[in-house]
Design a protein around this ligand. Sequence first.
Ligand SMILES: Cc1cc2nc3c(=O)[nH]c(=O)nc-3n(C[C@H](O)[C@H](O)[C@H](O)COP(=O)(O)OP(=O)(O)OC[C@H]3O[C@@H](n4cnc5c(N)ncnc54)[C@H](O)[C@@H]3O)c2cc1C
Length: 378
Amino acid sequence: MPAYDAIVLGLGGMGSATLFHLARRGLRVLGLERFDLVHEYGSSHGLTRIIRLAYWEHPTYVALLRRSYELWRELESLAGERLLHITGSVDAGPEGGAIFEGALRSSELHGLAHEVLDGDELHRRFPGYRLPRQIRCLYQPDGGFLLPERCDVAHIEQALAHGAEVRCREPVTGWEASGGRVRVRTPRGSYEAGRLVICAGPWASKLIPELDRLAVPERQVLAWLQPSRPEHFRLGAFPVFNLEVEEGRYYGFPSFLIPGFKFGKYHHRQEAVDPDTVNREPEPADEELLRSFARRYFPDGAGATLMLKTCLFTNTPDRHFILDHHPAHPEVTVAAGFSGHGYKFCSVVGEVMADLAQEGRARHDIEFFRLRRFAAAQ
Ligand SMILES: Cc1cc2nc3c(=O)[nH]c(=O)nc-3n(C[C@H](O)[C@H](O)[C@H](O)COP(=O)(O)OP(=O)(O)OC[C@H]3O[C@@H](n4cnc5c(N)ncnc54)[C@H](O)[C@@H]3O)c2cc1C
């Protein structure tokens, strides 16, 4: 039976980054993935993911984000490939709303470059946007997007180059831990290691039943619509956005790889699902919900539908991440519950999870993300 220093369970965004960080420290690591190396059943597909510094969700993320940008740039140079495109970011909504006020607070607290515009000023600068004049818009020049499939592959390639072993189409069916050792079972055999890092995305609670109500998968749908004015939605003319309007909270991107304006609604139709049985086929009601938003706020981007994709969020009760040791087994650590905003952090989460597995503690402050915050609520 082969013995590893660490096993990483799940090779999506977080697992691929963790595998890379562990392997580059010289640890003997095995990565196990139930599907293919890149696949569309989890949370990390769909060509682009927003990265932004003016973090409206909470200012505590900004320090991790700065490190995240650094590590993405490092990965780009190791891979010899562009993985991160800077477009600027817009965080917009009503005065007093969570997105605008949160982005402003993070910008002020962390001294981030930013400008505040109204809807008309935003339209003059970026004509694809047609938001109501009274809406408050924070523009931050460092925002942009990552290429998630390419980032995952780059992390895996670098991990392999440092001696990691990777096995795909090999689902973990169970694990045990005691006395500083873990044993992981798959249909092909069992593997032993000193540490197990669980990065199972929407399947987290299937592997750690204690997460049952703390990491809840939710069905999402993304749309790419053909713009009638493609020049307003091209890279360089259209910043990524987070937008709060009366219909809900939305996010969007310039055209890239697919000639369409890409966007989605946070928590789409609020459908909690099982990742093994979820309907992955977009329905007419999914499409109409998204098209009606584009017609109202981005009318020059609301042409024919070019592509629709489903994807899964994994929500915690407070929508903040879980980065911690397993509550009963110190040999096991977990990165889960990224609540629809985790991808931009994969690079730094890889570093955090490698620290937790190797040293028992992280170089970054992760107290905010500990499991014990939920103890009172359970
Ligand atoms: C529509 C949509 C849009 C998003 N937009 C953004 C954005 O713009 N910016 C942003 O920062 N974030 C965004 N996110 C969130 C972000 O994509 C996720 O937080 C992130 O991808 C989560 O990565 P993960 O590694 O936890 O999950 P995943 O990438 O799903 O990886 C989990 C992996 O574990 C594997 N696995 C599960 N169980 C087993 C098992 N038993 N054995 C072996 N392998 C297993 C799975 O097959 C999978 O590959 C978005 C998410 C969605 C769905």
